[in-house]
Design a protein around this ligand. Structure first.
Ligand code: NOJ
Length: 533
């Protein structure tokens, strides 16, 4: 059964994350857009994913590439129009793909009309109550909280007050105690659901509420740590769960009308990671990214622990695990597993790619949902050596270069050809430059090579649909160190070898899929395989 056809389609769905700026450009400005996505729907269909998640495509001055929203109910002009959005949704639905949007409720943009009104209205005004404006402490900020992207979490307004921004100063935090804010977001959800959106990824879902008195954090967070993700006063407050209860009622009211679930998937990080189970409840969020897999080293024992933890949590919460190996905030998996990163060099890209292929087979063999970040199916590496004067991530600017930021995983995708812009655009001056070695990673080249990672993903998605949906729980098999193996139901076996030498496969016969050739039936180092009986 195709997971996309069932009511609870999201439980086993494979969702492809589209970083809109970098997926495909239709109008030659070097920036991806909605019509570019439309033109590539056949590619996604052929790959075999069930849904796409679009990163924020609302009007935004792009200080954090769309995570600074100026208008929650329109489309960023560089990306297209509402009409383009409607066309995209209709065509995606026609080709059997669901469309998830990205909602950003913790903060907006300094360009949002309510924030502009708050600045203009001045201290003590009702307009300022929709945000967190406070008097400074002497000459300094109201407290010692730090921004996730470096520096103080407070920005002075010049009239004695400061406003809170847990990310950049261009992203003021909403005050969720104000009834206008909750009501506005409920309207926003309905606006997009009425236009055909099939669900939402929720940005920093553990944010929204802060300690009402804004006391100093006990640990003032050293400058080197920069990201204040562990501040219990700023994140994961109990009130947030009530927001998701009311959002779930909205999602359920749509599902009741037409029988189609509208899932919410939370991005729950930092201090809240270990509280994920509090969010994924039958009356709150449907899912939350299980970042433990993304954080795991390439190691059979570590994966075993992570998978067991994920599955136990799913059993407790009734929310399927959402496995994830990469996203637009993380060093690309093929580079990460080879020890590379911006500032640290490319690493061993061959080993990293072998490991990334094996890890993909692990994620796709498990019960639950999987998110694929665009380019993972091409084994695309991180661009670790972008010219410093081309870096755009506010993390780079806010940390005065101490952290190079996330641009390296956001470089426009290579689609075809042997020179930039590799079919991404008609304009070689793409918003981030594509390196010459992208010629080896084009979708065109991958599709022409039967051994490519693209074909591995495509085959895995097909087999997953055919034999793994509802295949039954994971039963771990006894294995030597460095090997993880399990059965699902009577007909499926998985094995992964993270060690440095080939091992005997735990299953005889020829695998239906393997991340590397298996001479003499042995499972090579850094490889995984699937068998069906
Ligand atoms: C998480 C998003 O994934 C990231 O890209 C963004 O910078 C922050 N939230 C702030 O919205």
């Amino acid at each position: 059964m195709n997971a996309a056809s069932s009511t609870a389609w999201w439980k086993e769905a494979v969702t492809y994350q589209i970083y809109v700026r970098s997926f495909a450009d239709s109008d030659g400005d070097g920036i991806g857009d909605l019509n570019g996505i439309r033109s590539r729907l056949p590619y996604l269909r052929e790959l075999g994913v069930d849904a796409v998640w679009l990163t924020p495509c609302y009007p935004s001055p792009q200080h954090d590439h769309g995570y600074d929203v100026a208008d929650y109910t329109d489309i960023e002009p560089a990306y297209g129009t509402l009409h383009d959005f409607d066309q995209l949704v209709a065509e995606a639905h026609d080709s059997g793909l669901r469309v998830l949007l990205d909602i950003v409720p913790n903060h907006c943009s300094i360009e949002h009309p309510w924030f502009k009104a708050a600045l203009a209205a001045g201290p003590g005004s009702p307009e300022r109550e929709r945000f967190h404006f406070r008097q400074g402490n002497g000459d300094g900020p109201p407290n010692n909280w730090r921004s996730m992207f470096g520096g103080s979490a407070w920005q002075p307004t010049g009239d004695g007050e400061w406003f809170l921004h847990l990310f950049t100063p261009e992203q003021p935090d909403w005050n969720w105690n104000h009834p206008d804010v909750a009501a506005m977001f409920e309207d926003v959800l309905r606006f997009w659901l009425d236009r055909g959106a099939d669900g939402f990824r929720i940005d920093v879902a553990h944010g929204l509420y802060k300690h009402p008195e804004f006391p100093d954090a006990e640990d003032p967070f050293e400058e080197e740590r920069v990201a204040d993700a562990m501040n219990v006063l700023a994140w994961n407050r109990p009130e947030v769960h009530e927001v998701y209860r009311s959002w779930r009622r909205i999602a359920d009211s749509y599902a009741e009308r037409d029988g189609k679930d509208r899932p919410f998937i939370g991005e729950i990080t930092g201090i809240a990671k270990r509280h994920l189970a509090d969010y994924v409840q039958p009356d709150q969020l449907h899912q939350g990214f299980f970042f433990e897999m993304l954080d795991s080293p390439f190691d059979a024992e570590a994966y075993g622990t992570t998978v067991r933890r994920g599955l136990e949590q799913a059993a407790r919460t009734q929310a399927p695990v959402t496995w994830v190996l990469g996203n637009h905030d993380t060093v690309r998996v093929a580079t990460r597993y080879g020890g590379g990163a911006p500032g640290a060099g490319p690493g061993d890209i061959e080993a990293g790619t072998a490991r990334a292929r094996a890890a993909a087979l692990l994620a796709l063999a498990l019960p639950g949902a999987v998110y694929i970040y665009q380019g993972e199916e091409l084994a695309l590496p991180e661009v670790v050596d972008l010219p410093l004067d081309r870096l755009t991530d506010p993390v780079y600017r806010r940390t005065e270069g101490r952290r190079l930021g996330r641009d390296g995983c956001r470089v426009p995708l290579p689609w075809s050809g042997t020179a930039a812009p590799y079919g991404f655009s008609t304009n070689a001056d793409t918003w981030l430059p594509q390196p010459p070695y992208f010629a080896q990673y084009t979708a065109e080249a991958a599709q022409a090579d039967a051994q490519s990672t693209w074909h591995l993903y495509r085959a895995a998605l097909r087999i997953r649909h055919e034999v793994l949906t509802d295949a039954g729980p994971v039963q771990f098999l006894p294995t030597p160190p460095g090997v993880l193996a399990f059965r699902r139901g009577d007909g499926f076996t998985f094995a992964l070898n993270t060690g440095d030498a080939p091992v005997d496969a735990p299953h005889s016969g020829t695998p239906v899929l393997a991340s590397a050739p298996m001479p003499e039936g042995k499972l090579p180092a850094h490889a995984a395989a699937w068998w069906t009986d």
